[in-house]
Design a protein around this ligand. Structure first.
Ligand SMILES: O[C@H]1[C@H](O)[C@@H](O)[C@H](O)[C@@H](O)[C@H]1O
Length: 605
């Protein structure tokens, strides 16, 4: 870990008092964090909608490939969207990208809601994906560049809090709309609902300003000052200080570019600037680790975990999901309220350590369920009514207990209601939740003969409820730091010229790992069991802990222009400081001789 004394770019002393926040900052932050809400809402609502869409008129038949495509196309397109948003936000500005994201989101939500067939739904999901990709990259940048230093971490944490809030609301609306003709109307309302906040964000951003840093960088000095006046609530001392910081930093960068004859695409410059490359690597790894801790496995498969504890009613499943997502929503209040007092590192390390413990707990819970679940009969006892030539019959028969059996989509457990011991059989293709396709749980005159019972998802054990409790604990610990910190740190790590490109790279890393984890979870559970999967995530999170401990600097209290220095080695820092001092002297003399800085910068915005 590195630590530097706060170094002001302009050489001015930071005002001794904190600026008083005015209504403007609250309006601006509230409108921006709607982007987080849309991100959370969209990633979660699809699970509730998916309970009904496969049987909805116009959409059925919907096989599992279609279902998987419709669910994962949004995170996939979000990865593309976040990658594209870096360059566009440099060219057209942060504000216009937010406007674009909310407009695309509104259209995407309405297209999904009005879908008359699968293709139309797919187009809607693609639009939603692109929009949340844009929003997830640009909102933290927008807040980071606009917020006063002393509340920057808190405001970007509010963005992460809103992701979790969006997920809770998605579950609640999913539950509520599932009572309104869910196959025809309910699932449409679930999508349409999101068009309202996105429209509100769009309207707000017609009136909200561009970030002061982008404005100055692009030659709008008067407008920069106007925005700072509003952000700092007319506090002259702070406005002058921030203005001087932005100017000095900007000039310093220009000088540095001239000196090193840097030109060409930003990505090329990043590759040739070791400390920025290092920051970008660390930022991207933090986003990857966030996903490798398995958060979205828990969120996407909540319904399966609940079902495997014996709850078969869709409504009850949705309401328990709501309770779990509330655990995910409570946690982010901790970083939001403490981040500016105790700093980023402590909160991050604390949450990361607790996540390791709760992942181990989830693994133990699944292991106990597995060990306590009833054994299957040996193959020789499968009996005359079992035909091993049925699809999946041999594969299912190979499982040794109920838990292994029901974890596999194609199989279910047919057991003697008294002894609990049973057969692992392939599920019927017409009615998988009710019958097996062959063996003792096939339908005979519409019901299962003898004393047998068919369970597609559930094993009766003494520990069946434990995984749900463990998931609740995990969500609380994860959301008390891991949810927010990768977003906060990435909004602070980079110098202006590299910020949007690096944030877009790290955000893409978040989405790509999100997709990898979601797509591999089921196969992973087949190979190493559910407990194995969570212990693997625990192992990866231990690596994350060590990574944070040794490589992530504390950014609390540094202005966004200063943070870059934390990634430099001693020599680079000395050079940068000398260069900045020279710039400071120039800027100071100009500040003493002129009222406005850099008169050539006055442009119409
Ligand atoms: O920070 C967020 C948050 O933790 C969400 O719950 C999760 O779905 C996202 O993938 C993550 O980036």
């Amino acid at each position: 870990m590195v630590a530097i004394a706060a170094f002001s770019s302009s050489g001015r002393d930071k005002p001794a008092h904190n600026p008083r926040l005015g209504l403007f900052v609250y309006i601006l932050a509230s409108a921006a964090v709607i982007g987080g809400f849309l991100f959370g809402y969209d990633t979660s609502v699809v699970s509730a909608a998916m309970l009904y869409m496969p049987d909805a008129p116009g959409l059925k038949p919907m096989d599992t490939v279609w279902q998987e495509v419709l669910v994962s196309i949004s995170p996939g397109m979000a990865a593309v969207g976040s990658l594209m948003s870096g360059t566009s936000s440099d060219y057209i500005g942060r504000r216009k990208v937010i406007l674009g994201a909310s407009a695309i989101f509104t259209v995407g939500a309405l297209v999904c809601a009005a879908s008359v067939n699968k293709i139309m739904l797919l187009i809607g999901r693609i639009l939603l994906g692109i929009a949340i990709g844009f929003a997830s990259m640009i909102v933290p940048v927008y807040l980071g560049e606009t917020a006063p230093t002393h509340v920057r971490g808190m405001l970007v944490s509010a963005f992460a809090l809103m992701i979790s809030f969006g997920q809770v609301v998605a579950n609640v609306t999913g539950g509520a709309f599932s009572y309104i003709d869910p196959y025809n109307v309910g699932w449409r309302l679930m999508f349409a609902f999101a068009a309202v906040p996105s429209l509100i964000q769009f309207v707000c951003f017609i009136f909200l300003p561009e970030t002061p840093r982008w404005l100055y960088e692009n030659g709008y000095e008067t407008e920069t000052r106007e925005v700072l006046e509003k952000v700092y609530n007319g506090d002259k001392e702070w406005v002058e200080y921030e203005m001087a910081e932005i100017i000095a930093f900007n000039e310093d960068q220009q000088k540095e570019n001239e000196r090193s004859q840097q030109s060409g695409p930003v990505i090329w410059r990043i590759l040739k600037t070791p400390h920025v490359l290092k920051a970008c690597f660390i930022g991207s790894m933090l986003q990857a680790f966030q996903q490798l801790a398995g958060i979205n496995t828990i969120l996407y498969y909540t319904a399966d975990i609940i079902r495997s504890s014996g709850i078969s009613n869709n409504h009850t499943t949705i309401w328990i999901s709501v309770a779990l997502s509330v655990c995910n929503f409570i946690g982010p209040f901790i970083p939001m309220s403490l981040i500016e007092r105790v700093g980023r590192r402590i909160i991050f390390l604390f949450s990361c350590g607790l996540v390791v413990l709760s992942l181990i707990f989830i693994g133990v819970a699944f292991l106990l369920v597995n060990h306590d679940s009833a054994a299957t009969f040996p193959g020789s006892q499968y009996g005359g009514n079992f035909n091993s030539s049925y699809p999946d019959a041999k594969g299912c028969m190979a499982y040794t207990n109920c838990d292994f059996c029901v974890t596999t989509d194609a199989c279910g457990f047919c057991h003697d209601a008294n002894t609990k011991q049973g057969y692992c059989l392939p599920a019927s293709s017409d009615n998988p939740e009710v019958f097996s396709s062959t063996g003792s749980c096939t339908s005979a005159n519409g019901s299962i003969p003898n004393n047998f019972k068919w369970e597609k998802y559930y094993c009766d054990t003494r520990f069946t409820i434990l995984p749900i409790i463990a998931c609740g604990v995990y969500l609380l610990t994860f959301s008390s730091g891991f949810t927010s910190l990768p977003w906060v740190l990435n909004s602070e790590f980079y110098p202006m010229w590299a910020r949007s490109t690096c944030v877009s790279i790290s955000t893409t890393s978040n989405w790509v790992f999100n997709l990898i984890i979601a797509l591999t979870y089921l196969s992973l559970t087949q190979v190493i069991g559910k407990y194995g999967a969570f212990w693997l995530y625990a192992g990866l999170t231990v690596i994350a802990f060590v990574f944070i401990l040794f490589l992530v600097p504390e950014t609390k209290g540094y202005s966004i222009e200063e943070v870059e220095m934390l990634f430099m080695n001693k020599k680079q820092r000395r050079e940068a400081e000398t260069r900045r001092r020279e710039t400071v002297t120039e800027v100071r003399s100009r500040m003493n001789s002129t009222v406005s800085f850099g008169g050539q910068h006055v442009h119409k915005y």
